[in-house]
Ligand binder design. Structure first.
Ligand SMILES: Nc1ncnc2c1ncn2[C@@H]1O[C@H](COP(=O)(O)OP(=O)(O)O)[C@@H](O)[C@H]1O
Ligand SMILES: [Mg+2]
Length: 376
């Protein structure tokens, strides 16, 4: 029987997961190197240690009946170590391995019979010419491991540009991708239970600014057939991965109407925050249910949503303007409890609840609401 959940990673995803787990009566222990982490603030206990601290990881295993993680750039060796010691970890190290590495990930998607943009590996200078041949320009060069929120990426226009990226990456293995000219970016948050059942939330439509998510519209403003296709792709990926828990599949919709999978996150996702305020069972609750062997809940949205991320800008650590923001009764505010509002750091988000189809007027209202916020 599961009474305590261990979470590797103490960020906002872990925090939102923990808030739900607490509501459901679980004891939560988090492991994060940063004392008083966003997740640690709401969990029962925090183990302050590095992700690759084997003794601390074992301690997390001892203090819980199931261990999960809230971001994928953790040490895979630690997850394997937990498994070898006989502790239960979900998603498994096999899932983590396939999704931590952008090359393995895109190859896996193709093995599922699902399209991706053209890509090639660059592990030495000698690979650059052939990779450029494969992708053409402009291309996006990314580190294969460790990137997030657009970090570790270079947009390049020439072979010389790829060489530049290779120098800057200082020996990291890279992937070059053809830049997709998309009409929009989409994501599907889904959850798979231990019994193999999969539920997928309505497709979300995402806007990024220099690689970082800034706005999600749900449901996405796309044809229902495309939406079902995207959900089916996500379900197929989850089944083939054998993941247990909530995960997210990010896609591009090309101008030609083709869906290309960009990446898979083996955890709850920023673009699924809307599920907290618009569904009876959020992506976080589905995750708790999945890892604890409880039935999943068929997703249902009470209303539409525009989710806006609140990023730091480096000018101060106090969020100003919340009084004006909450003057709009359709807005729900979430703040993550991070002390330092470093530029472009995810500090919080708000969800605007929408009963009508989402049009430009609503998006303008959401942007105006966002503009009321500042840092001091
Ligand atoms: N091949 C590509 N073509 C066009 N845009 C891309 C491509 N790869 C990444 N991007 C843009 O950069 C964003 C972040 O890249 P992504 O691969 O999702 O990395 P991560 O989210 O892990 O930082 C994407 O959401 C998209 O806006
Ligand atoms: Mg991404």
């Amino acid at each position: 029987m599961i009474e305590a959940i261990g979470v590797i990673g103490g960020g906002q995803l872990g925090r939102m997961l923990t808030l739900v787990a607490k509501r459901m009566g679980y004891h939560v222990v988090v492991l994060d190197p940063q004392e008083h982490s966003p997740c640690g603030q709401v969990a029962d206990e925090q183990i302050v240690a590095a992700y690759d601290d084997r003794a601390a990881i074992e301690e997390l295993g001892r203090r819980s009946q199931i261990v999960t993680y809230e971001f994928e750039n953790i040490d895979i060796g630690s997850v394997e170590h937990l498994e070898r010691c006989g502790y239960r970890v979900t998603p498994s190290s096999a899932v983590l391995r396939a999704t931590q590495d952008r090359l393995l990930e895109k190859s896996f998607v193709r093995e599922c019979g699902i399209a991706t943009t053209a890509f090639a590996a660059i592990s030495s200078r000698g690979d650059i010419e052939a990779a450029a041949e494969c992708t053409g320009f402009p291309a996006i060069v990314k580190t294969v491991h460790g990137g997030y929120d657009g970090k570790g990426q270079w947009r390049v226009d020439s072979v010389a540009g790829v060489h530049g990226a290779f120098e800057e990456a200082r020996g990291a293995v890279l992937i070059a991708e053809r830049e997709v000219e998309f009409s929009c970016e989409l994501s599907v948050v889904a959850s798979r239970g231990g019994d193999g059942s999969v539920v997928a939330f309505p497709v979300a439509e995402n806007a990024h600014d220099r690689g970082i998510l800034v706005r999600t519209i749900a449901p996405a403003r796309i044809e229902p057939t495309l939406a079902s296709q995207a959900q089916e792709m996500a379900s197929a990926i989850g089944r083939r991965l054998g993941i247990v828990g909530t995960y997210c599949v990010e896609l591009f919709l090309t101008h030609g109407g083709e869906l290309l999978v960009n990446e898979i996150a083996p955890r709850p996702h920023n673009s699924g925050h809307f599920t907290i305020d618009t569904t009876p069972c959020s992506q976080y609750e589905q995750h708790v249910r999945a890892i604890c062997g409880l039935p999943l809940s068929p997703p249902r949205m009470f209303c539409g949503a525009v989710m806006m991320n609140i990023l730091g800008d480096g000018t101060g650590n106090h969020l100003m303007g919340t009084e004006a923001l909450l003057g709009d009764p359709s807005i729900v505010l979430h703040v993550y409890g991070k002390r330092h509002a470093v530029a472009r750091r995810k500090m919080g988000h708000f969800t605007m609840l929408v009963d009508a189809p989402i049009d430009d007027a609503i998006l303008t209202r959401a942007a105006a609401a966002h503009a009321k916020l500042s840092w001091r």
